[in-house]
Design a protein around this ligand. Structure first.
Ligand code: ADP
Ligand code: GLC
Length: 505
């Protein structure tokens, strides 16, 4: 596979050059993170590097990164970027993932030196168009100035979705980009980057593009729509979701244009960075364990019960856990519907999350009412997320929709048996357990209703009583392998197809 790619990119001297990729993402773990996009951006490039690619990442130089404990050096002085009527100049810094994948950090204090990545509880930052136009155009200007001319620019989500549009309009005549193809990955179709028309001039794009066939969308600008129309290939993060988004139910108004581009649309499942999410190496948990030495999980459960000030009796009862952004997508309304019944059952309940105000309040109230039984933390805490994975018996993920979902795959590796809604990446990663055969890794329900969800919880709790069966399902899950290597190989295939379109042009 890579050999083919290398042949395609042989340079004039006959020396085989590695495939050059610029990977644009608005968050990269461990530098800055609000959700799974950061996990992907912090892992997939490393897997691609290990397959022989020359891959480099571009992301904003946020305040968190400046204040974090990272080795950062000045890489390039003064790139100039036209944002609307302003010509803005600033520097690019550099750090490395795993000491090998360069991450270019685009400095612009007035845009990125803020407390949050995208906005506050009151909504998006007022200048997100400027902030992400700066990153997108800045990345292209940076390539030209640094002479790192990528074969592929891999753009993630709406924040980078104008890059494919720029390549085919403003930078169309740029000879250095003649063989540069773009790939857009959609991590979540619900977030499209929709802004009022008076911001259009900030993008610098020609007026002819502001039409219903172009990036206009019901009277607004739509970044993601632009990316879908112009990218050479489009991917999303599971096969099932790649089909779902072509239907009105999951298409968020873009299903027709996704159907039009279905020949170039691929579903590639995310992977797990097992160097970070595996109980046999995890530095955050009380005792390490693996599939052949499960006893450490008990110590981790005890540690969790203590950390969350739960009654010690829960050491001997099933603990059900949630780690999630608290949004409608994640099925928080279903959780809200069942939580009172759950509190009447003989189980412990743990939740770590933050998000929409109404859910923060709702679970905050449950915590106050059920001290000792409900270990609920409203907030973001990576170390605690690891401890919960290790200490929980059951992991709940009743998402309304789920492009891929990483936490259910993490839960598998930690022996926390997932109960998930049968949608998107949850469908593709969890196999229903069949007691007769002893095969399967979790429990799934299809109907988006509290009763179906509760029914699966009861099925799981019944199985929990049968220690042999339970150990079986736990072990099946722990053995599942979602390494990034396989997914990275699939991205290479997509890169190849995307490149073929530019060499034909
Ligand atoms: P999404 O990206 O839709 O939020 P994923 O399952 O793909 O969902 O990824 C979520 C990531 O964010 C996981 O790494 C998970 O551990 C982490 N996460 C979510 N909420 C929290 C939280 N409150 N504290 C710590 N980590 C969290
Ligand atoms: C999004 C999706 C989630 C996915 C993650 C990484 O945040 O909601 O399902 O796992 O992106 O691709």
């Amino acid at each position: 596979m890579l050999a083919d790619l290398k042949r395609d990119f042989e340079n004039e001297g006959g020396i085989v050059a590695p495939l050059k990729i610029l990977f644009l993402a608005s968050e990269v773990d461990p530098l800055a993170k609000t959700g799974g996009l950061a996990d992907v951006a912090g892992a997939l490039p490393i897997a691609l590097h290990e397959l022989g690619c020359d891959i480099r990442i571009a992301t904003p130089f946020y305040r968190h990164i400046k204040e974090g404990n990272f080795d950062i050096e000045l890489f390039m002085k003064g790139i100039t970027v036209q944002v609307g009527r302003l010509r803005l100049t600033d520097d690019v810094y550099c750090t490395y993932l795993n000491k090998k994948v360069p991450v270019y950090l685009f400095n612009k204090e007035e845009f990125y030196d803020r407390n949050q990545l995208y906005g506050t509880h009151n909504g998006d930052y007022f200048d997100n168009v400027e902030r992400f136009v700066y990153l997108s155009k800045g990345a292209l200007e940076f390539c030209l100035k640094s002479e790192f001319i990528p074969d592929i620019i891999h753009c993630n989500d709406w924040h980078a979705a104008l890059v494919p549009v720029y390549l085919k309009t403003l930078y169309k005549e740029e000879p250095l980009f003649k063989r540069t193809a773009s790939v857009l990955t959609i991590h979540n179709l619900a977030y499209q980057g929709i802004y009022p028309p008076d911001e259009y001039s900030v993008t610098g794009l020609p007026n002819e593009l502001y039409t219903p066939e172009g990036i206009e969308f019901w009277g607004n600008i739509n970044f993601l729509k632009g990316g879908i129309l112009f990218a050479d290939a489009i991917t999303t993060v599971s096969k099932r979701y790649s089909h779902e988004i072509q239907s009105p139910e999951f298409g968020f108004g873009l299903d027709d244009i996704l159907r039009n581009r279905r020949a170039d649309l691929y579903g590639i499942l995310n992977g797990v960075k097992y160097s970070v999410w595996d109980p046999s190496v995890d530095p955050f948990i009380a005792k390490k364990y693996d599939v052949s030495h499960l006893s450490g999980k008990k110590a981790c459960k005890k540690d969790l019960v203590n950390a969350l000030h739960m009654d010690p009796s829960y050491m001997n009862k099933p603990i059900l856990a949630v780690i999630s952004r608290l949004t409608e997508q994640k099925g928080c309304d279903l959780l809200g519907e069942i939580v009172n019944e759950l509190m009447r059952m003989d189980v412990g309940f743990v939740l770590l999350g933050e998000g929409e105000r109404k859910y923060n309040k709702m679970f905050g109230a449950v915590r106050r009412e059920h001290i000792g039984k409900a270990g609920i933390i409203i907030g973001y805490n990576n170390q605690l997320a690891h401890k919960i994975m290790a200490g929980a018996d059951i992991f709940l993920m009743p998402s309304r929709y789920e492009p891929c979902g990483l936490t259910q795959m993490y839960a598998l590796r930690y022996g926390a048996v997932p109960i998930v809604r049968d949608t998107g990446g949850l469908s593709d990663t969890i196999q229903e357990f069949v007691p007769e055969t002893g095969k399967g890794t979790g429990f799934k329900f299809l109907d988006y209703s509290a009763s179906s969800f509760m029914e699966e919880i009861k099925n799981a709790l019944q199985l929990f009583e049968n220690k042999n069966m339970w150990t079986r399902i736990v072990k099946n899950g722990m053995k599942a392998d979602f390494s990034w290597k396989r997914s990275a190989q699939k991205y290479l295939e997509v890169y190849k197809k995307a490149s073929a379109t530019t060499s034909l042009a």
